[in-house]
Design a binder for this molecule. Structure first.
Ligand code: PMT
Length: 405
């Protein structure tokens, strides 16, 4: 049975171009078995009329603070008591500001003030509005009060700018809601995850590295955390903020990464290698900056440890997830890697220059595990991470169940 069966969700809709996605979200929630009622602000109704939501849900839409049709004419109290979860998607910067100071000047804000149910917000706004210190202060204040903030995703926005502020896609929000009602599919599970590149020094100012930005790994760390896991993120040198609730250990070289991982393996249930670890390092590190005297120079390299393979080869290995970065024969090479390194699940991506993988905000993955697989098409890394995290949780529990039976 779906984790959402018979759960009562009040879907709040505030003003923004992303309102059309809430209609898709409503349908997805209903299909997953939830009971859904919808409350719209006046601004939301300027983008999509209540009729659309009424037609999809088969119920009247709540728009007025004082509703003569409601028992005792206090619709906000009835709805506040009815809901098991209030999900506001999209939530605008203005609505978050009003929530943060406890205003109750329309139906939806009054419901939020009157409820004891958890409230989840899926922000959608222009990236500058999201990054504005006023909005960020409101987010912090709301988070401190226990409200859940789901998203926003990064990417191209309706205003033509690119950056954080897009509402999570309906599928990703459905994953979040499911995980919420499942009590966090990874509650009590320890995950160790590597992300970013490594740097292998040549001399005090030069190093060998690669294009990994850490975006995929950081997004996955955040998604696993949202499923309730205790997440330790071993990060190479990247310029990204640590996801909320995640413990981060910064390293530079592959050997440092291996040491940090080995120190975290006690009690580790799931290991995920997203990092693009340098396979080789210079045999000698020059103590002083190398002078350009020769026209041709040879650098002698030696193999770095394979962190993922070592974790999978441990005596009592955690559930092990690897990534495969390939430029051709993606599926076949990834399956070879999965078998050779004896890992439980591999996420393969094409990293040809034009198609991405590295650095970009979007990616596509082919997931392979013993006896199964799934293709996740091109989407934002934040959304891809939510889908992959859900699959990791599902495969991890399947293996645990098999071991215990
Ligand atoms: O960081 P981004 O810019 O967002 O880009 C994301 C990504 C392209 C880096 C990511 O999606 C990805 O593919 N990560 C794995 C990159 C890689 O090194 O792939 P590989 O096929 O060379 O390695 C296979 C697996 O072994 C990986 O899980 C890797 O972490 C692991 N490995 C590899 C070498 C090594 N010495 N130790 C390892 O643990």
């Amino acid at each position: 049975m779906s984790a959402l069966a018979n759960q009562k969700i009040l879907l709040g809709v505030t003003g923004g171009i992303a309102v059309y996605k809430s209609a898709m979200l409503l349908r997805a929630l209903l299909e997953a078995g939830a009971e859904v009622r919808v409350a719209m602000t006046a601004a939301a109704q300027t983008f999509v009329t209540p009729l659309t939501f009424q037609a999809l849900s088969g119920r009247p839409i709540h728009t007025e603070l004082l509703d003569p049709a409601a028992e005792a004419a206090m619709g906000h109290i009835e709805l506040a008591r009815w809901a098991d979860l209030i999900l506001i998607a999209p939530v605008s910067a203005d609505f978050m500001a009003r929530l943060s100071v406890g205003m109750a000047n329309d139906l939806l804000s009054a419901i939020c003030l009157a409820t004891t149910a958890p409230i989840a917000l899926a922000p959608a706004m222009n990236r500058q509005m999201w990054l504005n210190p006023a909005t960020q202060e409101n987010v912090q204040r709301l988070t401190a009060r226990g409200l859940l903030i789901w998203g926003p995703a990064e990417g191209v926005q309706a205003c033509g700018e690119s950056g954080p502020g897009r509402m999570l896609e309906p599928e990703a929000l459905l994953d979040q809601v499911s995980a919420h009602f499942a009590g966090g599919a990874l509650a009590g599970v320890k995950v160790v995850l590597t992300a970013g590149s490594t740097r292998e020094p040549i001399d005090p100012v030069r190093f060998i590295s690669n294009r990994s930005s850490g975006k995929m790994g950081f997004a996955l760390a955040a998604a696993l955390r949202r499923l309730g896991a205790e997440v330790v993120l071993v990060a190479g040198p990247v310029a990204l903020a640590t996801p909320a609730g995640v413990q981060r250990i910064d390293v530079e070289t592959a050997q440092e990464m291996q040491l940090a991982v080995s120190e975290q393996l006690a009690g580790c249930d799931i290991f995920v290698g997203v990092a693009a670890v340098a396979d080789y390092r210079p045999r000698e590190i020059a103590q002083q900056k190398i002078k350009k005297q020769q026209t041709v120079m040879t650098l002698e390299l030696e193999r770095n440890p394979d962190i993922l393979a070592d974790v999978a080869a441990a005596e009592d290995p955690p559930f092990t997830v690897g990534f495969a970065a390939e430029t051709q024969n993606v599926k076949a090479y990834a399956e070879e890697k999965r078998r050779a390194k004896r890992i439980d699940l591999i996420a393969a991506n094409r990293v040809a220059a034009a198609e991405g993988g590295f650095e970009r905000d979007e990616n596509a993955l082919t997931l392979l595990w013993e006896g199964g697989g799934e293709s996740l098409p091109m989407m934002l890394k934040s959304e891809l991470a939510a889908r992959l995290a859900a699959r990791i949780a599902e495969r991890y529990h399947a293996r645990t169940q098999q071991e215990n039976s």
